[in-house]
Design a protein around this ligand. Structure first.
Ligand code: AMP
Length: 195
């Protein structure tokens, strides 16, 4: 199964991703994690990305797509993947479509974890990552609403989008996600049977 997780910073994507990974047993492809590693290792991509990350701005698409292309070509991704924090722009979404098409792999589902800004700010106040400082966080939220949120329409039109209410306990939110995934799976099986 290949699925995309979309939501504002602080929506709980990281926590829910961990739960989902245990449930589905597929690799976790977080461009945020990849970038932080690249910055630590001071690779070319890391050196180029760092100023954008520090400012809470999106890293240019070509850097992101190159990182993802390399990661997706590893054999563990053939069984599936959970895309977390990627794609974040329309160009990245189109780039991902092309990569998957080339590999002959379908995209199964896009989950939007829906949490409003006030709740996001309340949650992130306690997290303490250096790009969670108020000014940087405001930039990250702006990037989400302006550039990433329009992606939801892109996937809605493809019939892939499912919206998950992100308010509640970790368990409650995970149960909602699992119900949606199970329903999607059942539907696919029924479609197969009907053929
Ligand atoms: P995250 O851990 O997903 O919140 O990402 C942290 C930071 O890394 C973001 O604020 C961006 O600067 C950068 N970043 C991560 N993923 C992407 C992406 N797909 N496109 C552009 N920038 C990204």
């Amino acid at each position: 199964m290949r699925l995309i997780f979309i939501g504002p910073p602080g929506a709980g994507k990281g926590t829910q991703s961990q739960r989902l990974l245990e449930y589905l047993g597929i690799p976790h492809l977080s461009t945020g994690d990849m970038l932080r590693q690249a910055v630590r290792e001071q690779t070319d991509a890391g050196l180029m990305a760092a100023p954008y990350m520090d400012a809470g701005q999106l890293v240019p698409d070509d850097i992101i797509l190159k990182l993802m292309d390399e990661r997706l070509s590893r054999s563990d991704c053939h069984q599936g993947a959970l895309f977390d924090g990627f794609p974040r722009t329309l160009a990245q979404a189109r780039g991902l479509d092309q990569m998957l098409q080339r590999a002959g792999l379908p995209l199964d589902i896009v989950l939007e974890l829906n949490v409003d800004d006030a709740e996001v700010i309340r949650r992130l106040a306690g997290r303490g990552r250096h790009d969670d400082k108020p000014a940087v966080l405001a930039e990250r939220l702006k990037a989400y609403w302006k550039t990433t949120r329009p992606l939801l329409d892109y996937y809605r039109k493809k019939g892939l989008l499912r919206v998950i209410d992100g308010l509640g306990t970790t368990d409650q939110v995970f149960e909602r996600i699992r119900a949606v995934l199970d329903a999607a799976g059942h539907r696919r099986q029924e479609e197969l049977k009907a053929e």
